[in-house]
Design a protein around this ligand. Structure first.
Ligand SMILES: [Zn+2]
Length: 493
C-alpha cells in the first residue's frame, strides 16, 4: 500500500499533494521517449509494467522536455490517472523514477499512486559516499548492492578508497606484486579472507559500468604519500631506505611513506595513474594526501637533496612538492585532482578540490581562497564508523554521531564568504572499515545516517523539520527492508 503523504527521501525541492480524488489504482502502460531509449532496460527493470510505443494509449509517460533546467532535474505529475515524468537528461529521468518508486505501489502491473505535482532538482552537485575497501575488503556483489542503495538516495559519487597501509586492492597490470603481496594481510582472525583479496581490472570495469547505469561516478582513491605500507611491502624501493616490511596488520597512523627523493617513485606513480585513468571513465582521481608522517623524509639523503634542489624549507613543503607533481601526472591523463584536507599544507596546487574532514575549518579556509571543497567533517556529521549512540554495546569508535547529528549538519559552514559559497560543491559520508569486516556491518553503520545526509545533499538545510523527516524515514525504512538492508534500528538521537 502506498503512503498518501509525500514520503520521498531525499525531499523534493517543491511539491504539492492533490486531493484524494486524484489518487488512483490502475493497470500501468508505459511510454518512454526514444531519447531515453538507452536507459530503457534499466528503466523497465525499475518499473515493471507493460510498455507501449503509442503515447496516446500510455498512462505512464516518461518524456524528454528541453525546457527543464539542469541535467539532474525532473518534474513529476500524478494527476487524473496519468503519471507524467519529464526530464531533459537521462539522469533527471532516473531521479524522477526514484521518487516515483517511493510514491507508488506497483503490484502485478497495477499502479497505485497519490495525486501530486513535483518540481525537483538537487541543491549540491557533489553528493558522495566513500567506502574504505583497504582495511577490509568488500565483495563486488556487496558493492553493487551499495551502489543500488546510493542510487535510491540520489547520490551521484562513489568514492572508492582502494589502497592503504592494510591493503592494496586494485590490480595494476604493470606491477602484479602490488596485489600479489600488497592485498594479503597476515591476520590471526577468522576474517582473514576479507582482508586478503583485491579487485581485478575486470571487477573494476564491472563496478564502474554498474555505477554508470545508476548515474553514479566512481572516484578511485590511491592514498599517497602516506598510508602506503601495502605498496612498500610489495615494492620496497618505493620507500626511502628500501625497507622490507609486511602489509600493516594494525590500525592507526603509520609512518611508512613513499620516498619523495627518488625519481623511480614518480615513474611508478605515473604508470599506476595511467592504468587507473584508463579504468575509470569519470573526471576525478583522489590522491589521498592525509596523515603523512614525515620521519623518513627528515633523515633520507635523497629527500633532503630534493628539498635543497627545489629550494624547499621543510618537509611540509616537500609534501606540497610531491602532491603538486603527482597532480600534474593526474592532469596529464585527463583527470582532475581530489585530496584530503592535508594537501593544503605547504601550499596548495590551484586546481585541487579539498575534502574537509577534521572539521569544517580547512574547508572554510580553502573555499574562501577560491578552492572547491567537499564537506565531510568527522565529528558528529559525516563519519559513519563512529557509534550511533554513546552506548558501550554499540559498534563503532572514535566518536558518537547520531542520525539526528548527521541530519543537522550544515555544509555551508559559518565563516564562508558569500562569494565562496559556490565553492562548496557538496557533501560526502565516509565509512572507514578498520572495525567493519562484513558488508552487513557496513550497512548497519551507513544506513540510515547516509539517508539523513542525502536529504542535505539533495534538498539542503533550509526550512526543514526533524519530526517531518522522521515520518518520511518510517516509510523509507520499508524500502530498505524490501532491499534486505541491515540498517541501524535504534534511537535516532
Ligand atoms: Zn626519501
Amino acid at each position: 500500500m502506498y503512503n498518501k503523504n509525500m514520503n520521498i527521501i531525499p525531499r523534493p525541492k517543491s511539491y504539492k499533494l492533490l486531493g484524494e480524488e486524484d489518487n488512483f489504482n490502475l493497470e500501468g502502460l508505459l511510454f518512454i521517449d526514444r531519447l531515453f531509449e538507452t536507459e530503457k532496460s534499466c528503466l523497465v527493470e525499475h518499473f515493471n509494467v507493460q510498455t507501449t510505443t503509442d503515447l496516446e494509449k500510455a498512462n505512464i509517460k516518461f518524456l524528454y522536455n528541453k525546457d527543464i533546467k539542469g541535467d539532474e532535474s525532473y518534474t513529476l505529475n500524478i494527476y487524473k490517472e496519468t503519471i507524467t515524468l519529464c526530464a531533459n537528461n537521462s539522469a533527471g529521468l532516473f531521479y524522477g523514477i526514484q521518487s516515483l518508486k517511493q510514491l507508488c505501489c506497483i503490484n502485478d502491473g497495477r499502479v497505485e499512486a497519490p495525486g501530486i505535482i513535483i518540481t525537483d532538482s538537487p541543491r549540491f552537485t557533489w553528493r558522495g559516499a566513500m567506502v574504505d575497501t583497504s582495511r577490509h575488503f568488500m565483495s563486488v556483489k556487496s558493492l553493487k548492492k551499495f551502489l543500488d542503495l546510493l542510487a535510491i538516495h540520489k547520490i551521484n559519487k562513489f568514492h572508492w578508497h582502494l589502497t592503504d597501509d592494510q591493503g592494496w586492492r586494485i590490480e595494476i597490470k604493470k606491477y602484479p606484486e602490488l596485489t600479489k603481496i600488497g592485498s594479503k594481510r597476515v591476520l590471526n582472525t577468522v576474517k582473514e579472507y576479507y582482508s586478503s583479496d583485491f579487485y581485478s581490472q575486470e571487477d573494476i570495469k564491472s563496478i564502474v559500468k554498474y555505477a554508470m547505469e545508476r548515474h553514479i561516478e566512481v572516484i578511485p582513491e590511491i592514498d599517497i604519500p602516506g598510508h602506503s605500507t601495502a605498496a612498500i611491502a610489495s615494492i620496497k624501493e618505493l620507500s626511502c631506505i628500501n625497507e622490507e616490511l609486511n602489509v600493516a596488520t594494525t590500525w592507526g597512523v603509520h609512518n611508512k611513506i613513499l620516498c619523495a627523493g627518488k625519481e623511480s617513485v614518480f615513474t611508478w606513480l605515473d604508470d599506476v595513474i595511467k592504468e587507473i585513468a584508463e579504468l575509470f571513465p569519470g573526471r576525478y582521481i583522489h590522491l589521498g594526501g592525509d596523515e603523512a608522517l614525515k620521519d623518513y623524509w627528515e633523515s633520507c639523503p635523497l629527500c633532503q637533496k630534493r628539498m635543497e634542489d627545489e629550494g624547499l624549507e621543510n618537509t611540509k613543503e616537500l609534501q606540497s612538492y610531491f602532491i603538486k607533481r603527482v597532480s600534474k601526472t593526474i592532469n596529464k591523463y585527463g583527470k582532475k585532482v581530489l585530496g584530503w584536507e592535508e594537501v593544503i599544507e605547504g601550499g596548495l596546487a590551484d586546481d585541487i578540490t579539498v575534502f574537509s574532514w577534521q572539521g569544517v575549518e580547512v574547508g572554510v579556509e580553502a573555499a574562501n581562497k577560491g578552492h572547491d571543497v567537499i564537506m565531510c567533517p568527522n565529528q558528529s556529521a559525516c563519519y559513519f564508523d563512529h557509534k550511533h549512540l554513546d552506548d558501550e554495546d554499540e559498534p563503532g569508535w572514535l566518536g558518537v554521531c547520531s542520525v539526528k547529528d548527521t541530519w543537522s549538519f550544515n555544509p555551508i559552514a559559518e565563516g564562508i564568504t558569500e562569494e565562496a559559497k559556490k565553492h562548496i560543491l557538496g557533501v560526502q559520508g565516509n565509512t572507514w572499515t578498520e572495525l567493519i569486516m562484513y558488508p552487513k556491518t557496513l550497512e548497519y553503520m551507513v544506513f540510515p545516517r547516509l539517508t539523513a545526509l542525502s536529504e542535505t545533499m539533495w534538498y539542503g538545510v533550509e526550512d526543514r523539520d526533524w519530526e517531518e523527516f522522521k515520518n518520511r524515514l518510517k516509510s523509507f525504512k520499508l524500502t530498505l527492508d524490501n532491499m534486505g538492508v541491515n540498517y541501524y534500528r535504534g534511537d535516532l538521537e
